[in-house]
Design a protein around this ligand. Structure first.
Ligand SMILES: *Cc1c(COP(=O)(O)O)cnc(C)c1O
Length: 422
Protein backbone atom coordinates (compact mmCIF):
# COMPACT_ATOMS: atom_id res chain seq x y z
CA UNK A 1 0.00 0.00 0.00
CA UNK A 2 1.13 3.55 -0.66
CA UNK A 3 2.88 4.87 2.41
CA UNK A 4 1.60 8.23 3.59
CA UNK A 5 3.17 10.13 6.48
CA UNK A 6 0.92 10.89 9.44
CA UNK A 7 2.09 14.52 9.34
CA UNK A 8 2.20 17.23 6.69
CA UNK A 9 4.95 19.73 5.98
CA UNK A 10 3.10 22.66 7.68
CA UNK A 11 2.59 20.52 10.81
CA UNK A 12 6.29 19.64 10.93
CA UNK A 13 7.29 23.26 10.28
CA UNK A 14 5.27 24.23 13.34
CA UNK A 15 7.21 21.71 15.43
CA UNK A 16 10.61 22.67 14.04
CA UNK A 17 10.02 26.29 15.06
CA UNK A 18 10.49 24.98 18.62
CA UNK A 19 12.30 21.67 18.30
CA UNK A 20 15.17 21.36 15.83
CA UNK A 21 15.54 18.26 13.66
CA UNK A 22 16.34 15.43 13.88
CA UNK A 23 13.67 13.98 16.16
CA UNK A 24 11.50 10.92 16.49
CA UNK A 25 7.81 11.79 16.19
CA UNK A 26 5.02 9.51 17.47
CA UNK A 27 1.36 9.46 16.47
CA UNK A 28 -0.86 9.08 19.54
CA UNK A 29 -4.07 8.57 17.52
CA UNK A 30 -2.49 5.74 15.51
CA UNK A 31 -1.04 4.05 18.60
CA UNK A 32 -4.46 4.06 20.31
CA UNK A 33 -6.37 2.91 17.21
CA UNK A 34 -4.00 -0.02 16.71
CA UNK A 35 -3.98 -1.03 20.40
CA UNK A 36 -7.80 -1.19 20.26
CA UNK A 37 -7.73 -3.30 17.09
CA UNK A 38 -5.43 -5.80 18.85
CA UNK A 39 -7.72 -5.93 21.87
CA UNK A 40 -10.75 -6.47 19.62
CA UNK A 41 -9.00 -9.26 17.74
CA UNK A 42 -8.51 -11.20 20.99
CA UNK A 43 -11.71 -10.12 22.77
CA UNK A 44 -12.94 -13.75 22.53
CA UNK A 45 -10.40 -14.55 25.28
CA UNK A 46 -11.51 -12.97 28.58
CA UNK A 47 -8.00 -12.94 30.07
CA UNK A 48 -6.25 -11.52 27.02
CA UNK A 49 -3.58 -8.91 27.65
CA UNK A 50 -0.83 -7.25 25.66
CA UNK A 51 2.43 -6.61 27.54
CA UNK A 52 4.17 -3.99 25.45
CA UNK A 53 7.84 -4.84 24.85
CA UNK A 54 9.39 -1.79 26.53
CA UNK A 55 12.69 -2.22 24.66
CA UNK A 56 10.92 -1.22 21.43
CA UNK A 57 10.08 2.32 22.62
CA UNK A 58 11.24 2.99 26.18
CA UNK A 59 9.52 6.29 26.92
CA UNK A 60 7.13 6.73 29.87
CA UNK A 61 4.71 8.86 27.83
CA UNK A 62 4.33 6.03 25.32
CA UNK A 63 3.96 3.47 28.12
CA UNK A 64 1.30 5.72 29.68
CA UNK A 65 -0.77 5.79 26.47
CA UNK A 66 -0.56 2.01 26.21
CA UNK A 67 -1.45 1.63 29.89
CA UNK A 68 -4.59 3.68 29.25
CA UNK A 69 -5.39 1.20 26.46
CA UNK A 70 -5.08 -1.67 28.94
CA UNK A 71 -1.58 -2.86 28.11
CA UNK A 72 1.00 -3.97 30.64
CA UNK A 73 4.77 -3.86 30.17
CA UNK A 74 7.17 -6.59 29.07
CA UNK A 75 10.58 -5.83 30.59
CA UNK A 76 13.95 -7.50 30.12
CA UNK A 77 16.20 -5.46 32.40
CA UNK A 78 16.39 -3.55 35.67
CA UNK A 79 15.99 -0.13 34.04
CA UNK A 80 13.02 -1.29 31.97
CA UNK A 81 11.41 -2.49 35.20
CA UNK A 82 12.05 0.94 36.77
CA UNK A 83 10.41 2.67 33.83
CA UNK A 84 7.38 0.37 33.88
CA UNK A 85 7.04 1.01 37.62
CA UNK A 86 7.31 4.79 37.17
CA UNK A 87 4.22 4.69 34.96
CA UNK A 88 2.28 2.90 37.70
CA UNK A 89 2.65 -0.69 36.57
CA UNK A 90 2.91 -3.19 39.39
CA UNK A 91 2.39 -6.89 40.06
CA UNK A 92 0.87 -8.67 37.11
CA UNK A 93 0.96 -5.50 34.98
CA UNK A 94 4.56 -6.52 34.36
CA UNK A 95 6.00 -9.49 32.48
CA UNK A 96 9.71 -10.01 33.07
CA UNK A 97 11.11 -11.88 30.03
CA UNK A 98 14.86 -11.73 30.33
CA UNK A 99 17.82 -13.98 29.61
CA UNK A 100 21.29 -14.16 31.14
CA UNK A 101 19.53 -12.48 34.04
CA UNK A 102 21.59 -10.52 36.61
CA UNK A 103 20.61 -10.96 40.25
CA UNK A 104 19.65 -7.28 40.67
CA UNK A 105 17.16 -7.57 37.80
CA UNK A 106 15.61 -10.83 39.02
CA UNK A 107 15.29 -9.43 42.54
CA UNK A 108 13.55 -6.28 41.29
CA UNK A 109 11.07 -8.31 39.21
CA UNK A 110 10.35 -10.53 42.21
CA UNK A 111 9.90 -7.51 44.52
CA UNK A 112 7.49 -5.94 42.05
CA UNK A 113 5.44 -9.15 41.95
CA UNK A 114 5.87 -9.31 38.18
CA UNK A 115 5.17 -12.42 36.16
CA UNK A 116 8.65 -13.91 35.87
CA UNK A 117 9.42 -15.76 32.66
CA UNK A 118 12.33 -18.13 33.29
CA UNK A 119 14.65 -18.49 30.30
CA UNK A 120 16.54 -21.47 31.67
CA UNK A 121 15.98 -24.47 33.96
CA UNK A 122 18.77 -23.27 36.31
CA UNK A 123 16.74 -20.13 36.92
CA UNK A 124 14.37 -22.14 39.11
CA UNK A 125 17.08 -22.38 41.76
CA UNK A 126 18.12 -18.78 41.10
CA UNK A 127 14.55 -17.54 41.76
CA UNK A 128 14.23 -19.85 44.77
CA UNK A 129 17.31 -18.23 46.37
CA UNK A 130 15.99 -14.72 45.81
CA UNK A 131 12.45 -15.55 46.95
CA UNK A 132 13.62 -17.11 50.27
CA UNK A 133 10.46 -19.16 50.68
CA UNK A 134 8.18 -16.56 49.14
CA UNK A 135 7.87 -17.97 45.65
CA UNK A 136 5.46 -16.25 43.26
CA UNK A 137 2.11 -18.06 42.85
CA UNK A 138 2.55 -18.07 39.08
CA UNK A 139 5.74 -18.63 37.09
CA UNK A 140 6.24 -18.60 33.32
CA UNK A 141 8.69 -20.82 31.41
CA UNK A 142 10.25 -20.01 28.06
CA UNK A 143 10.19 -22.83 25.53
CA UNK A 144 12.68 -23.64 22.76
CA UNK A 145 11.44 -26.49 20.55
CA UNK A 146 14.78 -26.82 18.71
CA UNK A 147 14.81 -27.77 15.02
CA UNK A 148 13.31 -25.34 12.56
CA UNK A 149 10.05 -23.41 12.71
CA UNK A 150 8.04 -23.58 9.50
CA UNK A 151 4.78 -22.29 8.09
CA UNK A 152 3.77 -24.71 5.34
CA UNK A 153 6.93 -25.25 3.28
CA UNK A 154 8.59 -22.03 4.41
CA UNK A 155 11.23 -22.14 7.13
CA UNK A 156 10.66 -19.05 9.26
CA UNK A 157 13.51 -19.41 11.73
CA UNK A 158 15.87 -21.87 13.40
CA UNK A 159 15.02 -22.24 17.11
CA UNK A 160 17.85 -24.80 17.46
CA UNK A 161 20.34 -21.96 16.84
CA UNK A 162 18.65 -19.58 19.30
CA UNK A 163 20.02 -18.97 22.79
CA UNK A 164 16.56 -18.64 24.34
CA UNK A 165 14.34 -20.94 26.31
CA UNK A 166 14.47 -24.55 27.48
CA UNK A 167 13.69 -27.98 26.09
CA UNK A 168 10.41 -29.74 26.78
CA UNK A 169 12.09 -32.15 29.23
CA UNK A 170 13.66 -29.24 31.10
CA UNK A 171 10.27 -27.54 31.24
CA UNK A 172 8.59 -30.62 32.74
CA UNK A 173 11.41 -30.86 35.32
CA UNK A 174 11.11 -27.15 36.12
CA UNK A 175 7.34 -27.42 36.58
CA UNK A 176 7.76 -30.35 38.97
CA UNK A 177 10.39 -28.54 41.05
CA UNK A 178 8.42 -25.29 41.08
CA UNK A 179 5.29 -27.14 42.23
CA UNK A 180 7.27 -28.57 45.15
CA UNK A 181 8.32 -25.01 45.99
CA UNK A 182 4.67 -23.97 46.18
CA UNK A 183 4.10 -22.47 42.73
CA UNK A 184 0.43 -22.99 41.80
CA UNK A 185 0.02 -21.70 38.25
CA UNK A 186 2.17 -21.70 35.15
CA UNK A 187 2.63 -19.78 31.95
CA UNK A 188 4.32 -20.85 28.72
CA UNK A 189 6.23 -18.46 26.46
CA UNK A 190 8.01 -18.76 23.12
CA UNK A 191 9.27 -16.36 20.46
CA UNK A 192 10.04 -18.35 17.32
CA UNK A 193 9.97 -15.90 14.38
CA UNK A 194 10.77 -12.21 14.26
CA UNK A 195 9.08 -9.43 12.27
CA UNK A 196 6.85 -11.68 10.21
CA UNK A 197 3.81 -10.42 8.31
CA UNK A 198 2.74 -14.04 7.72
CA UNK A 199 -0.69 -14.02 9.36
CA UNK A 200 -0.37 -17.72 10.20
CA UNK A 201 2.64 -17.23 12.52
CA UNK A 202 0.69 -16.63 15.73
CA UNK A 203 -1.90 -19.36 15.02
CA UNK A 204 0.88 -21.90 14.29
CA UNK A 205 2.89 -20.85 17.36
CA UNK A 206 -0.29 -20.98 19.45
CA UNK A 207 -1.08 -24.47 18.24
CA UNK A 208 2.42 -25.69 19.19
CA UNK A 209 2.24 -24.05 22.63
CA UNK A 210 -1.32 -25.26 23.28
CA UNK A 211 -0.29 -28.85 22.51
CA UNK A 212 2.76 -28.42 24.75
CA UNK A 213 0.52 -27.13 27.56
CA UNK A 214 -1.67 -30.23 27.24
CA UNK A 215 1.36 -32.56 27.36
CA UNK A 216 2.91 -30.73 30.33
CA UNK A 217 -0.41 -30.70 32.20
CA UNK A 218 -0.75 -34.44 31.62
CA UNK A 219 2.85 -35.10 32.69
CA UNK A 220 2.89 -32.91 35.80
CA UNK A 221 -0.73 -32.25 36.78
CA UNK A 222 0.10 -28.54 36.89
CA UNK A 223 -2.39 -25.77 36.17
CA UNK A 224 -1.54 -23.59 33.18
CA UNK A 225 -2.90 -20.06 33.54
CA UNK A 226 -1.60 -18.36 30.42
CA UNK A 227 0.15 -18.80 27.10
CA UNK A 228 2.38 -15.89 26.11
CA UNK A 229 2.74 -15.64 22.33
CA UNK A 230 5.43 -13.00 22.77
CA UNK A 231 6.43 -10.66 19.92
CA UNK A 232 7.22 -11.19 16.29
CA UNK A 233 4.12 -9.91 14.50
CA UNK A 234 5.61 -7.74 11.79
CA UNK A 235 4.77 -4.55 9.96
CA UNK A 236 4.80 -3.60 6.28
CA UNK A 237 8.06 -1.64 6.07
CA UNK A 238 7.86 -1.83 2.25
CA UNK A 239 4.98 -0.26 0.31
CA UNK A 240 4.44 -3.46 -1.70
CA UNK A 241 4.32 -5.64 1.43
CA UNK A 242 0.98 -6.67 2.97
CA UNK A 243 0.34 -5.44 6.51
CA UNK A 244 -0.37 -7.94 9.27
CA UNK A 245 -4.11 -8.56 9.57
CA UNK A 246 -4.64 -8.62 13.32
CA UNK A 247 -8.34 -9.59 13.13
CA UNK A 248 -7.39 -12.64 11.01
CA UNK A 249 -4.53 -13.47 13.42
CA UNK A 250 -6.81 -13.28 16.48
CA UNK A 251 -9.38 -15.47 14.78
CA UNK A 252 -6.69 -17.97 13.77
CA UNK A 253 -5.54 -18.28 17.40
CA UNK A 254 -9.17 -18.65 18.54
CA UNK A 255 -9.69 -21.63 16.20
CA UNK A 256 -6.61 -23.41 17.62
CA UNK A 257 -7.81 -22.64 21.15
CA UNK A 258 -11.21 -24.22 20.41
CA UNK A 259 -9.60 -27.19 18.70
CA UNK A 260 -6.83 -28.00 21.19
CA UNK A 261 -7.48 -26.51 24.63
CA UNK A 262 -11.26 -26.59 24.92
CA UNK A 263 -11.68 -30.40 24.56
CA UNK A 264 -9.04 -30.77 27.31
CA UNK A 265 -11.00 -28.58 29.72
CA UNK A 266 -8.18 -26.04 29.55
CA UNK A 267 -10.26 -23.13 28.30
CA UNK A 268 -9.51 -20.96 31.33
CA UNK A 269 -6.10 -20.19 29.79
CA UNK A 270 -5.45 -16.51 29.11
CA UNK A 271 -3.63 -15.42 25.97
CA UNK A 272 -0.86 -12.87 26.44
CA UNK A 273 1.19 -11.07 23.81
CA UNK A 274 4.43 -9.11 24.13
CA UNK A 275 4.32 -7.12 20.93
CA UNK A 276 6.69 -4.23 20.40
CA UNK A 277 7.09 -3.59 16.69
CA UNK A 278 3.43 -4.17 15.82
CA UNK A 279 2.32 -1.73 18.55
CA UNK A 280 4.59 1.16 17.65
CA UNK A 281 6.68 0.90 14.47
CA UNK A 282 4.16 2.41 12.00
CA UNK A 283 3.31 5.20 14.45
CA UNK A 284 6.78 6.70 14.52
CA UNK A 285 8.67 8.83 12.00
CA UNK A 286 12.28 9.94 12.14
CA UNK A 287 12.08 13.56 10.96
CA UNK A 288 15.28 14.89 9.49
CA UNK A 289 16.59 17.78 7.41
CA UNK A 290 18.82 17.65 4.33
CA UNK A 291 22.19 19.20 5.21
CA UNK A 292 24.26 18.30 2.22
CA UNK A 293 24.27 16.99 -1.32
CA UNK A 294 27.15 15.59 -3.31
CA UNK A 295 27.59 14.24 -6.80
CA UNK A 296 30.37 11.70 -7.25
CA UNK A 297 29.87 8.19 -8.65
CA UNK A 298 26.39 8.30 -7.18
CA UNK A 299 24.06 11.06 -6.03
CA UNK A 300 24.17 11.54 -2.26
CA UNK A 301 21.76 13.30 0.08
CA UNK A 302 23.16 13.84 3.58
CA UNK A 303 20.82 14.25 6.57
CA UNK A 304 21.16 15.66 10.06
CA UNK A 305 20.05 12.23 11.32
CA UNK A 306 22.37 9.23 11.13
CA UNK A 307 22.51 5.55 11.99
CA UNK A 308 22.93 6.56 15.65
CA UNK A 309 19.25 7.65 15.47
CA UNK A 310 18.06 4.59 13.54
CA UNK A 311 20.31 1.59 13.37
CA UNK A 312 18.15 -0.87 11.44
CA UNK A 313 19.24 -0.01 7.88
CA UNK A 314 22.95 -0.10 8.85
CA UNK A 315 22.62 -3.18 11.04
CA UNK A 316 20.21 -5.38 9.07
CA UNK A 317 20.07 -3.69 5.68
CA UNK A 318 16.46 -3.02 6.66
CA UNK A 319 14.22 -1.07 4.29
CA UNK A 320 12.60 2.09 5.67
CA UNK A 321 10.37 4.06 3.36
CA UNK A 322 11.22 7.76 2.87
CA UNK A 323 8.90 10.63 2.03
CA UNK A 324 10.07 14.15 1.17
CA UNK A 325 7.52 16.37 2.91
CA UNK A 326 5.76 18.77 0.58
CA UNK A 327 6.72 16.56 -2.38
CA UNK A 328 4.42 13.66 -1.54
CA UNK A 329 2.95 13.56 -5.04
CA UNK A 330 6.03 14.54 -7.05
CA UNK A 331 7.40 11.99 -9.53
CA UNK A 332 10.25 9.82 -8.29
CA UNK A 333 12.65 10.70 -11.10
CA UNK A 334 15.90 10.90 -9.11
CA UNK A 335 18.00 8.14 -7.58
CA UNK A 336 19.82 8.88 -4.33
CA UNK A 337 21.76 7.27 -1.54
CA UNK A 338 20.37 8.91 1.61
CA UNK A 339 23.05 8.99 4.28
CA UNK A 340 23.92 10.17 7.75
CA UNK A 341 27.25 11.66 8.74
CA UNK A 342 28.91 8.80 10.66
CA UNK A 343 32.39 7.76 9.62
CA UNK A 344 30.94 4.42 8.55
CA UNK A 345 29.92 3.70 4.99
CA UNK A 346 26.97 1.61 6.17
CA UNK A 347 25.40 4.82 7.54
CA UNK A 348 22.85 4.89 4.73
CA UNK A 349 19.09 5.12 5.28
CA UNK A 350 18.50 4.22 1.64
CA UNK A 351 20.65 2.99 -1.22
CA UNK A 352 19.83 3.86 -4.83
CA UNK A 353 16.31 4.90 -3.84
CA UNK A 354 13.96 6.56 -6.34
CA UNK A 355 12.85 9.85 -4.85
CA UNK A 356 11.68 13.25 -6.08
CA UNK A 357 14.34 15.89 -6.68
CA UNK A 358 15.74 16.86 -3.28
CA UNK A 359 17.14 20.22 -2.23
CA UNK A 360 19.18 21.25 0.80
CA UNK A 361 16.78 22.18 3.59
CA UNK A 362 14.08 19.68 2.56
CA UNK A 363 12.46 17.77 5.41
CA UNK A 364 12.46 13.99 5.05
CA UNK A 365 10.31 11.57 6.97
CA UNK A 366 11.74 8.09 7.50
CA UNK A 367 8.78 5.79 8.08
CA UNK A 368 8.08 3.02 10.59
CA UNK A 369 10.66 4.09 13.15
CA UNK A 370 8.35 4.00 16.19
CA UNK A 371 9.79 0.69 17.45
CA UNK A 372 13.45 -0.33 17.68
CA UNK A 373 14.32 3.16 16.42
CA UNK A 374 15.33 5.62 19.14
CA UNK A 375 15.85 2.70 21.52
CA UNK A 376 18.65 1.14 19.47
CA UNK A 377 20.40 4.51 19.26
CA UNK A 378 23.99 5.00 20.30
CA UNK A 379 26.64 7.69 20.56
CA UNK A 380 29.20 6.63 17.97
CA UNK A 381 31.27 9.54 16.61
CA UNK A 382 30.03 11.53 19.59
CA UNK A 383 26.63 11.91 17.93
CA UNK A 384 24.04 13.01 20.45
CA UNK A 385 20.72 11.21 20.76
CA UNK A 386 17.74 13.01 19.28
CA UNK A 387 14.59 14.33 20.91
CA UNK A 388 11.28 12.44 20.96
CA UNK A 389 8.06 14.31 20.20
CA UNK A 390 4.46 13.16 20.62
CA UNK A 391 1.85 14.29 18.09
CA UNK A 392 -1.23 14.27 20.26
CA UNK A 393 -4.73 13.26 19.24
CA UNK A 394 -5.86 16.90 19.14
CA UNK A 395 -3.07 17.79 16.69
CA UNK A 396 -0.89 19.58 19.24
CA UNK A 397 2.59 18.29 20.03
CA UNK A 398 4.62 17.64 23.15
CA UNK A 399 8.33 17.14 23.71
CA UNK A 400 8.51 13.78 25.51
CA UNK A 401 12.30 13.54 25.58
CA UNK A 402 14.72 16.40 24.97
CA UNK A 403 17.71 15.93 22.72
CA UNK A 404 21.01 15.12 24.38
CA UNK A 405 23.48 17.92 25.03
CA UNK A 406 27.26 17.55 25.06
CA UNK A 407 27.10 17.53 28.87
CA UNK A 408 24.99 14.34 28.69
CA UNK A 409 27.57 12.70 26.48
CA UNK A 410 30.38 13.65 28.87
CA UNK A 411 28.43 12.97 32.07
CA UNK A 412 30.21 9.71 32.92
CA UNK A 413 33.69 11.17 32.50
CA UNK A 414 35.65 13.00 35.16
CA UNK A 415 37.61 15.85 33.57
CA UNK A 416 39.28 17.15 36.72
CA UNK A 417 42.70 15.93 35.47
CA UNK A 418 42.17 17.57 32.06
CA UNK A 419 41.41 20.90 30.52
CA UNK A 420 37.83 20.75 29.34
CA UNK A 421 35.88 23.62 27.84
CA UNK A 422 32.57 21.74 27.29
C1 LIG B 1 11.99 -8.20 21.39
C2 LIG B 1 11.03 -9.00 22.20
C3 LIG B 1 9.64 -8.80 22.08
C4 LIG B 1 9.05 -7.83 21.08
O1 LIG B 1 9.33 -8.21 19.78
P1 LIG B 1 8.69 -7.42 18.55
O2 LIG B 1 9.28 -8.10 17.37
O3 LIG B 1 9.07 -6.00 18.69
O4 LIG B 1 7.22 -7.61 18.63
C5 LIG B 1 8.81 -9.53 22.90
N1 LIG B 1 9.29 -10.42 23.79
C6 LIG B 1 10.61 -10.66 23.93
C7 LIG B 1 11.06 -11.63 24.96
C8 LIG B 1 11.52 -9.97 23.14
O5 LIG B 1 12.82 -10.21 23.26
Amino acid sequence: MKKTPFVTLPQVQQITEQIPTPFHLYDEAGIRRNARALKDAFSWNPGFREYFAVKATPNPYILQILKEEGCGCDCASYTELLMAEAVGNSGHDVMFSSNVTPELDMRKAWEMGAYINLDDATHVEFLEKIAEGKMPETVCLRFNPGGSFSLGNTIMDMPRDAKYGMTEDQMAGAVNRLQKLGVKHFGIHAFLASNTTANDYYPELASQLFRLAVRLRNATGAHFAFINLSGGVGVDYRPEQPASNIAYIGEGVRKKYEEILKPQGMDDIAIFTELGRFMLAPYGHLVSKVLHQKHIYREYVGLDACAADLMRPAMYGAYHHITVLGKEDAILDHVYDVTGGLCENNDKFAIERSLPEIEIGDILVIHDTGAHGYSMGYNYNGKLRSAEVLLKEDGSFKLIRRAEKPSDYFATLDFTEFKFNG
